[in-house]
Design a protein around this ligand. Structure first.
Ligand code: KG4
Ligand code: ZN
Length: 367
């Protein structure tokens, strides 16, 4: 089959991104060009994403981001094979900017339009390789693993808006088997960072603060919701941090006397999140009998959590026969864990091959 070039557009939250990915729809996609413009500085004063600011920033940046990709790829728009866009879930105003732009380009260039589910795309990200990693792998004589995403597997999305477990069955069908009852895990990172004054976005800041620190005897709650639940709850841990940091006066501007350090809280928080994740993923593997885990979403950029999950699921031998819980635990490169256009385009290549196109009345949807 011919090598296709697909433009992927991502505007579901606070990253304005576009990418051009090429491939045949089976095997490894190749990243031809990508731009990711983070709006973090625009949202930072507010300690979280402000939807109106996100929409306005996408409007201002998106055409330039797309043009830069085309320039980098040395392609004209009408040389592309399809235009793909994340159309759900996300902030409705933000999604609309991407969807409207994608429709206009598809119409103007007379190319097929492909609407992409953002969470499904997060689980496609492990197939993406940065030019640096591709060069390093080639130098080491390693082959790309194009069987990585062959189902069945346990799909895990850990992001700012989602904490979801899915069974991806052998026929590719997706079944939701667990999710958060309150805050998403990335949201908990962001809120904890905001409470202890680490700024926004909180995930990378908490990871940095925790690096080299230890929790000591500080132990934050692990909410497991009974013995068999596959759901998550992170609001208790956030509240525990709030009381630790500000005492009874939760509106206090800073830490109360005797509060642990930021670094200690960051380490204790990551430790607790790691424990919860490991326990929930083990439960999910036991309940489903699956042996492969694919993770995606911004929180999966966290190296501490990657190590915890990889070691607990794939390296530690358990039970009387001494086998690990999983045969394979698959992560995207950290740069492809957070929102990006390449994962949108990569999934679109598969949809193209399967003949799954959208029409120009494609709608954006928050859910
Ligand atoms: O997937 P993503 O870019 O956007 C959504 O779809 O939500 O995820 C963003 C979330 C934010 O909550 C951010 O704080 C978190 O991912 N995040 C991290 C790290 N990098 C980003 N959380 C923990 N450690 C990180 N290194
Ligand atoms: Zn995302």
């Amino acid at each position: 089959m011919k090598h296709l070039h697909v433009l992927g557009i991502e505007t579901s939250c606070d990253e304005t991104s576009a990418a051009i990915v090429s491939g045949t729809g089976s095997g490894m996609p190749r990243l031809v060009a990508q731009r990711v413009l983070s709006q973090a500085r625009a949202h930072e004063p507010f300690g979280g994403v402000v939807p109106e600011i996100a929409s306005r920033s996408h409007v201002e940046a998106l055409s330039l981001v797309i043009e830069s990709c085309l320039t980098d790829a040395r392609l004209r728009g009408d040389e592309l094979d399809a235009i793909a866009v994340a159309h759900r879930p996300g902030l409705i105003g933000a999604l609309l900017i991407g969807v409207t732009t994608a429709k206009a380009l598809a119409w103007a260039w007379r190319k097929p339009l492909i609407g992409i589910h953002h969470l499904e795309a997060h689980l496609e990200a492990p197939l993406l390789t940065s030019p640096e990693a591709a060069a390093a792998a080639a130098a080491a004589g390693e082959n790309a693993r194009d069987d990585w995403l062959t189902p069945p597997f346990l799909g895990v999305v850990l992001s700012g808006g989602h904490t979801d477990l899915y069974v991806i069955s052998a026929d590719g069908k997706r079944e939701h088997i667990g999710g958060t009852l309150d805050d998403a895990v990335g949201e908990a990172f962001d809120k904890v960072a905001s409470i202890i004054g680490l700024g926004y976005p909180g995930g990378p800041a908490v990871e940095r603060a925790a690096r080299g620190a230890t929790a000591g005897d500080l132990r934050l709650p692990r909410t497991l919701l009974g013995a068999t639940s596959l759901d998550f709850s992170f609001s208790g841990i956030k509240t525990a941090v709030l009381y630790l940091w500000r005492g009874q006066d939760v509106k206090a501007p800073g830490p109360v006397a005797g509060a642990p350090t930021r670094e200690q809280i960051a380490a204790a928080f990551q430790e607790a999140v790691g424990d919860v994740l490991v326990e929930k993923l083990r439960r999910a593997l036991r309940a489903t009998g699956l042996r492969k885990v694919v993770l995606g979403g911004g929180v999966v950029a966290n190296r501490y959590l990657r190590d915890r999950v990889r070691i607990a699921l794939a390296e530690q031998k358990v039970g009387e026969f001494g086998v690990p819980y999983a045969d394979q635990v698959i992560f995207p490169e950290p740069a492809f864990a957070t929102d990006n256009g390449a994962m949108i385009a990569a999934l679109a290549l598969k949809k193209f091959k399967a003949g799954e196109f959208s029409t120009l009345d494609l709608e954006a949807s928050p859910s």
